[in-house]
Structure formats: C-alpha cells, structure tokens
Design a protein. Structure first.
Length: 350
C-alpha cells in the first residue's frame, strides 16, 4: 500500500495550519506534538496499516524521536530488530530518498516540539553512571508529570466529565498493574457517578468479559493500559466500542493501541530507565480527572461533604471527638433522670 509522501503533505499545509501547529506545540509533550505533525501523521498511518516490519519501525520513531536523530541506519535497524534494507524501504515508503533524509526530517520536526522535559531525560541518560537508580527513578517521575501536565487539555477533561456525569454506568478497565490504577479511579468516581463497575477483578478475562456483556451506548468505558500492553484489554475495548459505548483511554502515547480506540484520550507519560513503565503520571491524571468531576457542579460538592461526614467517624483522630459527644449524650441523660427523681421527691414531700 502506498501512502502520501510527507514532503507533499508539508508543502500542501496552509500557513494557518502551520501557525496553529506551532502554537499548540508548546502546550503538549514532545511525543504528542510530534505525532500531530505531518511526519507523525504519516508514521501513524503506517502504524495502523503498514506491514509488520514497517509497524515496528513506525512505532519506534513515534516513541523515540530524539534518539533516532542520533542513530545511524545500522543502529536503528538493530533497535527495531529489522534489516537495514527494511529501514531504507521504510524511508522511501513515506516519501524520502534515503534514511539520512528521513532522519533529517525527524530532527526538523522536533525543533518545534522539543520541550524541557526531553532535555531533562537526555541529561539523566548522560549522567546515569554518576547517579543512583532511586535518583533516576524520581527524576523520571518528575519529568513524566511535567510532560503530562503540558499535554493535558482542560477542554478534553471537561468533555470527559460531562460524559461521566451523564452515563448510566461507568465501567473502569485495566489489567496487570493497570488494574490497581483502575481501582483508584473507580474509588474516586464512585460517589459522583450513577453506577461504577470495576471490570477486571477475581476471575480474569472471562469474568471481565461477563461484566461488559450489558454495556450500551448510554455507558462509558474508561480503559487504562501502559507498556507492556495487554491483548485482552484491547479486545474488550473493541467489544465495548462495537456496542456503542463511549471509550475514554488513559495511556502513555499516540503510538499506544488504545489511542486509536478512544473517543477521548488522556496521555500520561510513563518513561522509566528500568521499569517497563512508570505509573506516577497516570495517578496524577486520575486525580486531575477526579477533582474536575468533583468540582463540576454544586451537587457533587454537596456529595463530597456528605461523604466526608459519613466516613469521619472511622478516621484516626475522629474517635475522641465521637467519644466526647457520646459522653455528653450520656451526661445529658443522667441529668434528665436526676431532674425527674428530684421532681418525684418533691411531689412525695409536700
């Protein structure tokens, strides 16, 4: 299958669209902004419809743009586990004469989207020998949250909150480590949505599929998945989408298989020097979504107040106050009994 050449796409972009892209680049993470560029669009097309080897290369370029600009053709082929001939064919497929021309286009696209967070990651990589694994992990967590904050659009959050508020049932799905994130999100949503169902739990995929059996167009599925992605979460998300449900994807990058499935997508950077992915930014996105839902209307504010009141007796530090209230009630009853006894004595002693 032949695709539109990137050079022609770039030439045919209007001045207005170019200015809009430049203006939006500063508010998004490098991965998201790069994926939105003309070159990124061509790569996403290959990621969806290309051959297996071309999908591998497109995925690598979408995830590691900065690294690609420093690699030779042999190094890129080794990283993608394909041949150098495949890399050359890939470059020609998206409209470049050779690998060097494609690498130059990647570098040029990055000039307008590279953010300080990527510079921090490069700095971490350069000083890795002199740092500790714990220090690196914390630095990546900080960088991930910073990049996520840049990519998070308030308009997207507002649209998702509106869908969650109107949904008959909100289903929350995640497998593996993402199942814990799904549990956190469900706990936050529970007081403010009509009905919340955690899809994955004891029983595995069969039970999860059973819980989605009755999903309809009146419902919302919030699905979370990060590298390493689980095949079952993709299959169940496709099932929910086929039944008309609104899909909200929380994932790490436009190259994620969930990005194409979501009607709304929230990106949480998950880069980590050792772990397959980091969940720090995902928790931050969950909290941002939860507080936006809580503050979306006065009824939810009242619900939050009632929830706090309901659980206050079970919180540390609340027991003494409750005990004090109980003592006051007992004291009042004793005073009342004493008053009645005094009155009876007065009646019997004229």
């Amino acid at each position: 299958m032949k695709f539109m050449q990137v050079k022609k796409i770039v030439k045919n972009q209007s001045a207005t669209r170019q200015q809009d892209a430049m203006a939006g680049a500063g508010s998004r993470s490098p991965e998201v902004a790069f994926a939105a560029s003309a070159l990124g669009a061509a790569l996403r097309t290959l990621l969806a419809d290309g051959s297996a080897s071309h999908k591998t290369v497109a995925n690598y370029l979408l995830r590691h743009q900065v690294r690609v600009t420093a690699l030779g053709i042999e190094e890129l082929a080794d990283a993608c586990k394909v041949s150098t001939a495949t890399i050359s064919r890939f470059a020609r497929e998206i409209g470049f004469s050779n690998f060097a021309a494609m690498r130059g286009a990647v570098a040029q696209a990055l000039q307008s989207v590279l953010q300080p967070v990527e510079k921090l990651r490069n700095s971490i990589a350069r000083r890795q020998d002199a740092s500790t694994p714990a220090g690196d992990s914390l630095a990546y967590a900080s960088a991930n949250i910073g990049a996520t904050a840049m990519a998070l659009a308030t308009g997207d959050i507002a649209a998702i909150v509106k869908k969650l508020t109107r949904a008959k049932v909100v289903y929350v799905l995640g497998f593996g480590l993402s199942s814990h994130l799904a549990g956190i999100l469900a706990d936050h949503l529970q007081p403010f949505c009509q009905h919340v169902v955690v899809v994955a739990g004891h029983g595995g995929t069969e039970v999860a599929a059973g819980r989605l059996t009755n999903i309809t167009a009146r419902d919302v599925l919030v699905v979370l998945s990060f590298p390493r992605y689980t095949l079952d979460v993709i299959r169940l998300t496709n099932f929910a989408r086929d039944h008309g449900a609104c899909i909200v994807s929380i994932t790490d990058a436009p190259a994620s298989p969930l990005a194409a499935l979501g009607e709304h997508v929230l990106y949480a950077e998950s880069s980590h020097p050792i772990l397959p992915s980091s969940a720090t930014a995902a928790v931050a996105v969950i909290e941002a979504l939860a507080v936006s839902l809580m503050a979306s209307n006065k009824a939810n504010v009242a619900k939050a107040a009632r929830l706090t009141e309901a659980i206050s007796a079970y919180l540390y530090g609340a027991e003494p106050a409750a005990s004090g209230a109980k003592k006051r009630r007992v004291g009042a009853r004793r005073t009342d009994r004493t008053d009645r006894t005094d009155n009876n004595n007065n009646d019997n002693n004229p």
